[in-house]
Design a protein around this ligand. Structure first.
Ligand SMILES: NC(=O)c1ccc[n+]([C@@H]2O[C@H](COP(=O)([O-])OP(=O)(O)OC[C@H]3O[C@@H](n4cnc5c(N)ncnc54)[C@H](OP(=O)(O)O)[C@@H]3O)[C@@H](O)[C@H]2O)c1
Length: 215
């Protein structure tokens, strides 16, 4: 069976913004408070970063549960991994997620700056550069027959869309308007030349799921 490249649970505002500007150690999403985009996901029972029991079941939970299903590797941009820019001057930085990252697979961090791989629990981070097709090839090999998740941020997703390598997308649109930031799209219709789209408002009222699959 084909190994898909899947965007899972990517969160944007109703005006298409997936992160704020001016990211820093204190503000992983820049000027945007992450809960404005992630509230729906954080409320679910299967939210990967959940530390306490409980959480909702239903459609939103189906999507957070699906986050890991049949995923064997992730590709992410270095700005999702952390706030450093340029050469890696601080190798002590090992991502935002602590000693138990929620990936549980190899993760390929896109960067133009070399850094050795390291492992935290059952997640190994590799630092790679190159054109998207070459990086995807590496990730597919590591995924050992399973799919590859394209984890963001915005620049990374747009790059793989431009290279026409994405097979499916789940984009969760929250009912907030942010005005400025890193924009995934002006309108979801931009993808309709290549993808079918289904728009599914959640009964929770806190998100509208956008599902895309190839024509
Ligand atoms: N809304 C969501 O669901 C969601 C999900 C994930 C992340 N985020 C947020 O999105 C923001 C990050 O997004 P972003 O668009 O700024 O950046 P990004 O996509 O995470 O990373 C972009 C950087 O990755 C490196 N890179 C990308 N493609 C490359 C290639 N082919 N070869 C080598 N290096 C490559 C470059 O860094 P260098 O040249 O500097 O090495 C580039 O500047 C963060 O605030 C994060 O928290 C949001």
């Amino acid at each position: 069976m084909a190994q898909l490249l899947r965007v899972q649970n990517f969160n944007i505002s109703s005006d298409g913004i997936g992160a704020g500007e001016d990211q820093s150690l204190e503000r992983p999403f820049g000027h945007v408070a992450p809960e404005r985009l992630f509230a729906w996901a954080g409320a679910t029972a299967s939210w990967p970063m959940r530390t306490d029991p409980g959480g909702s079941r239903g459609l939103d939970d189906y999507f957070t549960r699906d986050y890991a299903r049949n995923i064997g590797a992730e590709i992410m941009g270095r700005n999702k991994f952390g706030p450093q820019r340029g050469p890696w001057h601080d190798d002590e930085w090992r991502g935002w997620w602590g000693d138990e990252p929620p990936f549980h697979t190899p993760v390929f961090v896109l960067t133009h700056h070399e850094r050795p791989s390291f492992t935290l629990s059952d997640t190994t981070f590799h630092f790679v550069g190159g054109d998207p097709a070459t990086v995807l090839e590496q990730a597919r090999e590591a995924a050992q027959g399973k799919d590859v998740r394209l984890g963001g941020g915005v620049t990374t997703i747009r790059q793989f869309l431009d290279a026409d390598l994405v097979d499916t997308l789940h984009v969760a649109v929250s009912p907030v308007t942010l005005g400025s930031g890193l924009r995934l799209w002006d309108s979801p219709d931009e993808l309709l030349d290549r993808f079918h789209m289904e728009v599914v408002p959640s009964p929770s009222g806190s998100v509208t799921h956008h599902l895309f699959w190839r024509k």
